[in-house]
Write a protein that binds this ligand. Structure first.
Ligand SMILES: C[S@@+](CC[C@H](N)C(=O)[O-])C[C@H]1O[C@@H](n2cnc3c(N)ncnc32)[C@H](O)[C@@H]1O
Length: 367
């Protein structure tokens, strides 16, 4: 795009921003709540029952900002918090009946407004407009979060961000191998393989396989591999490296593998990205044969919040006792959590923080 096009685009964008700002003020006045509260209500409605962590990720807000927004909504009776039934570190958030009513009012007002707007645009252009917005939002969220070090993001920009873990990894797929080398080295997978005591010709699943860091090590040790990841873009990079590899797109909560299929399951730097770690561990245990081993390498608990912002981490590492309980609750035996003996390292984009986090290796056997 040349400078002239950029300038025209920015001009129309400014007009659009002003229109949106006026519209939002008007709608918010009608429902009597603030703009961030109205966004939170709409997000909660879309997600149904959700956790604070999930909601803060979805809205691109840090947990404390989101907590304040939710506190306000709880006080006025639109949202309620409940303890999570299976994860004591989480709190579930739902809309109250009054919250659902307010949400409905916001939706009706917005639907009516946009329905009138679209009436003045030819029908055949409607799909194009939606697709253009999707492309633009995808490109803008990718630009902000991918490796490049940008100037700090404003709260307003954060409010508007909606980036899933999947789109983050879709965006970094082409650079992941380079990024990964800065985070940790081959010795992490060597430790995982030694812990599992891998044998050639056995079948392993690499969950959250990404571009194939663990898969590569398994193949070179003579194992067969099923590589699973939510991100098609990461899997595309992986596929190009290994001829005929069994690659499957799938998510933590329902892995695309039948019960009792594989001899080993590996997951490196995956657990801190999933929504529900205990459920993800149960799902990995499900696909293991009797005698099979699960080996997870991930981060010990830490307080480097920039990793959530810049690398889309969902959990700030884990307590080893929690991981042990999750393995045990998944029915695994001989559960052990040890040190890999290596740290995961990363510097924040603005140069103010430098993370050095110890890595654990957790293992358990299905008996
Ligand atoms: C930090 S990368 C690690 C990739 C690879 N294991 C490695 O060591 O290089 C995390 C990977 O987990 C995948 N992932 C994150 N959340 C997931 C989920 N809920 N279901 C499936 N895959 C997920 C991401 O797409 C990404 O490829």
């Amino acid at each position: 795009m040349d400078n002239h096009e950029i300038s025209s685009f920015r001009k129309v964008l400014r007009r659009f921003e002003r229109l949106m700002s006026n519209l939002q003020k008007k709608n918010v006045c009608c429902s009597g709540i603030t703009l961030p509260q109205s966004h939170a209500i709409l997000e909660i409605e879309e997600l149904g029952e959700t956790t604070t962590v999930h909601l803060s990720k979805n809205m691109g807000l840090d947990k404390s900002t989101l907590s304040r927004t939710i506190d306000g909504l709880v006080t006025i009776g639109l949202v309620q918090r409940h303890p999570h039934p299976s994860d004591r570190r989480s709190v579930l958030i739902t809309l109250t009946d009054q919250g659902k009513k307010t949400c409905n009012e916001i939706n009706i007002a917005n639907d009516k407004y946009y329905s009138n707007v679209f009436q003045s645009i030819a029908n055949e252009k409607h799909g194009d407009i939606i697709r253009c917005f999707e492309i633009l939002v995808g490109a803008m969220t990718g630009q902000r979060s991918v490796v490049t070090c940008q100037s700090p993001v404003t709260t307003e920009a954060k409010d508007n961000e909606l980036m899933s873990s999947q789109s983050y990894f879709d965006n970094v797929a082409g650079q992941w191998d380079t990024m990964r080398k800065d985070f940790f080295s081959e010795s992490v997978r060597e430790k995982a393989f030694a812990t599992a005591n891998i044998r050639a010709d056995k079948l392993a699943a690499d969950i959250g396989a990404g571009t194939g860091f663990v898969t590569e090590g398994l193949i070179s040790n003579g194992l067969k591999v099923i590589a699973i990841d939510q991100s098609e873009a990461m899997l595309d990079v992986l596929r190009k490296k290994f001829d005929g590899i069994d690659c499957r797109a799938g998510r933590a909560e329902s892995l695309p593998v039948q019960d009792e299929t594989v001899d080993y399951v590996f997951a490196n730097m995956y657990l801190h990205h999933v929504e529900e770690p205990p459920a993800a561990i149960r799902e990995m245990a499900r696909i293991m044969k009797t005698g099979g081993k699960l080996v997870i390498t991930d981060l010990d608990e830490h307080d480097f919040a920039f990793l959530r912002e810049e690398h889309h981490d969902r959990w700030m590492g884990f307590k080893r006792d929690d991981v042990t309980s999750w393995f045990t609750d998944a029915g695994l035996k001989n559960v052990q959590v040890d040190c890999v003996g290596q740290d995961c390292c990363s510097d924040s984009c603005d140069g103010t923080a430098s993370a050095k986090i110890s890595i654990f290796v957790a293992s358990g056997t299905k008996l």
